[in-house]
Design a protein around this ligand. Structure first.
Ligand code: GLU
Length: 433
C-alpha cells in the first residue's frame, strides 16, 4: 500500500510577499518590514531580505518496517548566505511546511548576525511525526533526505543541526550519509553531533544555557538575580528541560512547567531533578507527585516573574498574550509570539527578550563545534561555557543599548542589529553581475 500525506499545504511562491497573510512567515516578514522601516532600507534590499536565497523541496519515499511505502515532503531553505554558509536546524514535525521553514530560516539569518557568527541563515524540515515511526524508519528517512539535499549542504555551504523532533542521533546519520557519499569523514557538515564523532562539549545544554544568560541579563537591569525570581516554562524538551535544571540550580523558583500533554504548578518551586526522573520514567511531566495539574493555557497565565515559552511557534497570540502576568517573557522557542501577541505584550509593559537573541546559545555552540571540527582540536567544557557566556552577554548588551537609545523594544532592536549587519554585507559585496 502507498499512502500519501494529505495535509501538505500548498506553498506560495517565494517572492509573493503579499500572498502570505498569517502564520510564521507572515510574522517573520512583518518583523523584517518594521526593521526595514526603522533602518530606512531601500525597497530592493527589503524585498531581497524578505525572500529566500535558495530552496529545495524533495519527496522522500520510506519503506516502512511492514514493507509498505509512504511518501514525505522535505525541505531545505537557505534564507541568506551573504555573511557565510547557511546555518540552521532540521525539524521533524507533522506541521512542517515550506512557509514555516522559510520563516525559521529567516530567523536564523538575524540570529547568527546578532551574536556575530560568520553564518547566514538556513532551516530544513520533513513533514513527519517522528514518534509514529521506528528508529530504523527514521534512519532511512534521514539518509534519503540527506542524499536528496546533498548538493545544497556542506561545511562551507550549509550546516544542519538538531531542532524540534531531531537529535544528535539524527545528526550522526546525516554526517555519515554525507561522508560516505564524499568518500571521507566530514564532521563539520553538521553540528549537534554525538561527542564520539566530533560533537562539542556543552552543545546539548547550550540553547538553555543561553536562555538563562539572557534572562539573567534582562532581570539584572532591575537589580534582580536569578535566585530572586519565579519562572514558568512551557515545553520540557531540549530547551525547556535544561533551562529548568539550570535555573533551579542557580536558585530560581521554577513553579510551573508543561509539555504537550499538560502542565504542573507548585507555588514553592518544583523539585526539578526529581521531575527529570519522572519524565525519564513516564515520558511526560504529567502526574508528577506533589504538584497541581494545570493546562498549557493556565501555564502561560501564571503569576510569575519570568515566562519562558520553549515549545513551538505562535503560542502567545491575541488570546493568550492578554492573560500573561509575567514581567519578562524570554523566548526559548523560535517564534513563540505572534505579531498580534507581541503588540499586546508591549502594550501591557511585558518585557520580551526575543527568540533571535534569547535562544541563540544553541547556534553559538554549534559554531564552536564547527570551528573545533574544522581545526580537529577540541576545547574543554570550561572554555566553551566561558565563550558562550561572553557572546550571549555581548549580544544582550548590544540589543539592550540600541533599544534604550532608540526607545524601541528589545525585539525591534535585535532585528535592527541583525538586519543591518546582513544588509551591510550585501552593500559591501555588491550585486553580481
Ligand atoms: N535549531 C537551533 C536553532 O533554532 C540550532 C541551530 C543550529 O545550531 O544551527 O537555533
Amino acid at each position: 500500500m502507498t499512502t500519501f500525506p494529505v495535509d501538505d499545504p500548498p506553498a506560495t511562491a517565494p517572492t509573493d510577499l503579499a500572498g502570505v497573510r498569517s502564520g510564521p512567515l507572515a510574522d517573520a516578514r512583518a518583523q523584517l518590514a518594521k526593521a526595514a522601516q526603522i533602518l530606512e532600507l531601500d525597497e530592493g534590499m527589503h524585498q531581497m531580505l524578505a525572500t529566500s536565497r535558495r530552496e529545495i523541496n524533495v519527496t522522500i519515499p520510506l519503506r516502512r518496517d511492514d514493507g509498505t511505502v509512504e511518501l514525505f515532503s522535505g525541505y531545505r531553505v537557505q534564507h541568506n548566505v551573504s555573511r557565510g554558509p547557511g546555518k540552521g536546524g532540521l525539524r521533524y514535525s507533522k506541521h512542517v511546511d515550506l512557509d514555516e521553514i522559510r520563516a525559521l530560516a529567516m530567523l536564523m539569518t538575524w540570529k547568527c548576525a546578532i551574536v556575530e557568527l560568520p553564518y547566514g541563515g538556513a532551516k530544513g524540515g520533513v513533514t513527519i511525526d517522528p514518534r509514529a515511526y521506528s528508529a530504523t524508519e527514521l534512519e532511512r528517512v534521514t539518509r534519503r533526505y540527506t542524499s536528496e539535499i546533498m548538493p545544497m549542504i556542506g561545511p562551507e555551504r550549509d550546516i544542519p543541526a538538531p531542532d524540534l523532533g531531531t537529535d544528535e542521533r539524527t545528526m550522526a546519520w546525516v554526517m555519515d550519509t554525507y561522508s560516505v557519499n564524499k568518500g571521507y569523514t566530514i564532521p563539520a557538515v553538521v553540528t549537534g553531533k554525538p561527542l564520539e564523532i566530533g560533537g562539542s562539549l556543552g552543545r546539548p545544554t547550550a540553547t538553555s544555557a543561553g536562555v538563562v544568560h539572557t534572562l539573567a541579563a534582562a532581570i539584572a537591569e532591575r537589580g534582580l538575580h536569578v535566585k530572586d525570581v519565579s519562572v514558568a516554562i512551557q515545553g520540557f524538551g531540549k530547551v525547556g528541560a535544561h533551562a529548568a535544571a539550570i535555573l533551579a540550580e542557580q536558585g530560581a523558583r521554577v513553579v510551573g512547567v508543561s509539555d504537550e500533554f499538560g502542565g504542573l504548578f507548585r507555588a514553592d518551586g518544583l523539585d526539578v531533578p526529581a521531575l527529570f526522573e519522572h519524565v525519564e520514567r513516564t515520558g511526560s511531566v504529567v502526574d508528577f507527585p506533589g504538584a497541581d495539574a494545570i493546562s498549557n493555557e493556565e501555564l502561560l497565565a501564571l503569576e510569575v516573574d519570568v515566562l519562558v515559552p520553549a515549545a513551538v511557534e505562535g503560542v502567545l497570540d491575541e488570546q493568550t498574550a492578554s492573560k500573561v502576568r509575567a514581567t519578562w517573557v524570554v523566548e526559548g522557542a523560535n517564534g513563540p509570539t505572534t505579531g498580534a501577541g507581541d503588540a499586546i505584550l508591549a502594550e501591557r509593559g511585558v518585557v520580551v527578550v526575543p527568540d533571535i537573541l534569547a535562544n541563540a546559545g544553541g547556534v553559538v555552540v554549534s559554531y564552536f563545534e564547527w570551528v573545533q571540527a574544522n581545526q580537529a582540536y577540541w576545547w574543554t567544557l570550561a572554555e566553551i561555557e566561558e565563550k558562550l557566556a561572553e557572546r550571549m552577554h555581548k549580544g544582550y548588551a548590544d540589543v539592550a543599548d540600541l533599544a534604550r537609545r532608540e526607545n524601541i523594544s528589545l525585539r525591534d532592536a535585535a532585528l535592527c542589529i541583525g538586519v543591518r549587519r546582513v544588509a551591510e554585507a550585501h552593500e559591501i559585496r555588491g550585486l553580481y553581475p
